[in-house]
Design a protein around this ligand. Structure first.
Ligand code: SF4
Ligand code: SF4
Length: 194
């Protein structure tokens, strides 16, 4: 079989180029008219599934520092320290006894499996709805929940996007206020029975 002449090769290259552009444009046009699946976050609010597993929410005043969550964690990223044993006061439902010196989770390691929430005897550690823990250092990826609760009353850290957009986006202002009030994003009624 004889090889293509230079002229034949030249016109074949032009044909292949035009053909590949036409194929690409056909795909582009197809998606131009299909339903949009992305949202302009954070201007548009994203609705999370009831069982979405985001950054934890921790109720420090109910934690008895029993270590059950830390033992259940497959990557050992929960750190707990107490000054003395703690137990639940039946009258108030709050933990009494020694001081909860530290309850921290390292989000460089956490894989959001939710296994830590299952054995908790006082139901004080939950998977929250915040998904963003952007920060400027690795150290900031370790969230000191007990310290955070003591200083601010918050169950979960304030995301940067909430701090930066609360003045201009109404739903972000509402979300920021909820976190500041120490309210959980997930309520029992949100979770369907299975
Ligand atoms: S969600 Fe999973 S990985 Fe993260 S702290 Fe809980 S048990 Fe550990
Ligand atoms: S299992 Fe619950 S009560 Fe026990 S240390 Fe963990 S968060 Fe606290």
């Amino acid at each position: 079989m004889s090889a293509n002449s230079p002229a034949q090769a030249y016109f074949r290259d032009i044909y292949e180029t035009v053909k590949s552009i036409a194929i690409g444009m056909r795909i582009t046009l197809k998606y131009c008219f299909s339903k949009t699946v992305t949202v302009q976050y954070p201007y548009e609010k994203i609705a999370f599934a009831p069982r979405y597993r985001g950054i934890h929410e921790f109720e420090a005043d109910k934690c008895i520092a029993c270590d059950a969550c830390a033992k259940a964690c497959p990557v050992d990223c929960i750190y707990i320290e107490k000054s003395a044993p703690r137990k639940v006061d039946k009258a108030t439902g709050k933990a009494i006894g020694g001081e909860l010196l530290r309850y921290a989770i390292d989000y460089q390691k956490c894989m959001f499996c939710g296994l830590c929430t299952e054995p908790c005897p006082t139901d004080c550690i939950h998977m929250g709805k915040n998904h963003d823990l952007s920060s400027y250092s690795r150290e900031e990826m370790v969230v000191e929940f007990a310290e955070l609760h003591k200083k601010t009353g918050q169950l979960t850290p304030m995301p940067l996007w909430a701090e930066r957009n609360a003045d201009t986006i109404p739903w972000v202002a509402t979300e920021k206020a909820r976190i500041e009030r120490g309210e959980s994003a997930t309520h029992e009624a949100d979770i369907p029975s299975v």
